[in-house]
Design a protein around this ligand. Structure first.
Ligand code: CO
Length: 132
């Protein structure tokens, strides 16, 4: 799949505002972008850690998948995103290898990235995002 690095780690939080002091004051990271992703019904906040980012995900609606995740499992690590040079090609490869896909085709994510999710049923229970 030609993964180059972990692009980001997605963390589900009830409130970005309440989470910022830990990331900024304790870890000393700087939030450089807060952005709403309407089609995923989340607000996102980004921190850089080397070439990897932390992506905080706050649900903006009760029927957001992140809201349902928090309801079921509580706040915490939500997904891992791997950087690949070509999301469509990586999806095709995963599909050919029998992986259950959440997204059959790449779509637009936060920060203008091309993204697609693989289903946790096929990824040892870790929601997995591919992004480019
Ligand atoms: Co993500």
């Amino acid at each position: 799949m030609d993964i180059t690095h972990i692009e980001h780690i997605g963390i589900a939080v009830k409130s970005i505002e309440n989470s910022l002091p830990y990331y900024e004051n304790v870890l000393g990271l700087k939030c450089y972008n807060i952005e709403e992703v309407a089609d995923q019904k989340v607000k996102t906040a980004f921190f850089k850690v080397g070439q990897t980012k932390i992506e905080l995900l706050e649900p903006t609606s009760e029927d957001s998948t992140v809201a349902k995740f928090i309801e079921k499992k509580g706040e915490g690590v939500h997904h891992i995103a791997f950087a690949v040079p070509d999301v469509a090609a990586a999806l095709e490869e995963a599909d050919a290898k029998g992986v259950q896909l959440i997204d059959k085709a790449p779509r637009g994510g936060a920060e203008g990235l091309n993204i697609a999710f693989l289903h946790p049923k096929s990824t040892c229970s870790v929601l997995t995002e591919l992004c480019q």
